[in-house]
Design a protein around this ligand. Structure first.
Ligand SMILES: Nc1ncnc2c1ncn2[C@@H]1O[C@H](COP(=O)(O)OP(=O)(O)OP(=O)(O)O)[C@@H](O)[C@H]1O
Length: 334
């Protein structure tokens, strides 16, 4: 496997300009996504996960301001002319957006919607070949080729979501961002849709960013997990290590809030609420809710970086955190 990241994000910031003033939804996020890696991204509602995904796709519009770097094969997506971004979308980086299945065009046949994506992103082939590619894409996600002739209303939720996956991978991109791809589906269909994504991920060697709330699903699915809180990364660690020994108290509480059999279904949430993005607390953004907060947390913002106190980890097992309980090397992020 190549050691060059498929995607490198540095100091990504996104500010929405609203009538009530600016909202800093993503605030200095940095990480590397390795080729073929499955990276999970979790965090409470409003923590900035979808905003980050849309920023990585350059799908946010003015008056939103994005800064930082998003390097894809050495090219920085931020600041790149829209024409070039359009060429890269779908061909190198694509997305299964939140609620994707509702975004299918109700009056267009499924195969034409896949062909549109192929043509939109520069595939110049005759209609017959394009039709073949579209039907291949449907087969790749476990649907019959004849589904191509159907309209969205003729399909179940799970089938529609598979079509969206087919559209996202039709151009064989190197990075796919899946924003809550299984929400609004029942549990059995959720598993089938997730298995489809994982099968394609494995076959195509594509790197996946899987966004969600479900820590249980993440535990079964991803290689590393990034935890977002109020627009910042709190921790990013390999999945095994993060569950065995969470570094950030917020990660610990997220894991503890998973229902356990022994608790007989008792639900333990995280006390308090995330801060308003318009008036952030001083110091560590999590300190008002943190059971382990101590003096420096109130005034001093912890730097996000690689942990430096543990024995040197093997390649790919580095852990990253922003917490005063852990010493970090700020210059090293990934
Ligand atoms: N178009 C917008 N204009 C202004 N503020 C926005 C806009 N979109 C999102 N926000 C704000 O940005 C913050 C981050 O929202 P975002 O949807 O990225 O969070 P999220 O973690 O994806 O949440 P969820 O898990 O509910 O999807 C929230 O405070 C939200 O209210």
């Amino acid at each position: 496997m190549s050691t060059e990241p498929a995607l490198s994000v540095r100091d990504l910031e996104v500010t929405y300009y609203t009538d009530d003033g600016p909202v800093s939804a993503v605030n200095g996020v940095s990480f590397d996504l390795m080729p073929g890696e499955k990276l999970g991204l979790v965090g409470e509602s409003g923590s900035g996960k979808s905003t980050m995904a849309l920023a990585l796709m350059r799908l946010l519009r003015a008056p939103t301001v994005i800064s930082g770097q998003v390097l894809l094969d050495g090219e920085d997506l931020i600041g790149m002319p829209e024409r070039r971004v359009r060429q890269l979308r779908s061909s190198k980086i694509s997305m299964i957006p939140q609620g994707a299945m509702n975004s299918l065009n109700p009056v267009a046949r499924i195969e034409n919607q896949i062909i549109d994506t192929l043509e939109d992103h520069g595939t110049r082939r005759d209609k017959r070949t394009l039709l073949g590619l579209a039907r291949d894409a449907l087969e790749a996600v476990g649907l019959r080729r004849s589904v191509g002739r159907m309209y969205p209303h003729e399909l179940s939720g799970g089938m529609k979501q598979r079509v969206c996956i087919a559209i996202a991978v039709a151009m064989q991109p190197q990075v796919v961002i899946a924003d809550e791809p299984t929400s609004a589906l029942d549990v059995v269909v959720q598993r089938q849709v997730m298995d489809t994504i994982l099968k394609l991920q494995d076959e195509l060697g594509v790197a996946v960013i899987l966004i969600g709330h479900d820590m249980g699903l993440m535990a079964q699915t991803v290689d590393r997990l990034a935890v977002m809180y109020a627009g910042k990364l709190a921790e990013l660690s390999p999945i095994r290590e993060i569950f065995a020994d969470p570094l950030h108290p917020y990660t610990e509480l997220l894991i503890e809030s998973l229902p356990k059999l022994a608790d007989r279904g008792t639900f333990r949430g995280i006390p308090g609420l995330p801060p308003s993005l318009r008036s952030m607390p001083s110091g560590c953004l999590f300190h008002p809710r943190c059971p382990k907060a101590f003096d420096p947390c109130v005034d001093l913002e912890p730097a996000y970086g690689a942990t430096s106190v543990r024995p040197e980890p093997v390649e790919g097992h580095q852990r990253f955190v922003a917490c005063h309980l852990h010493q970090t090397e700020e210059s090293h992020v990934g």
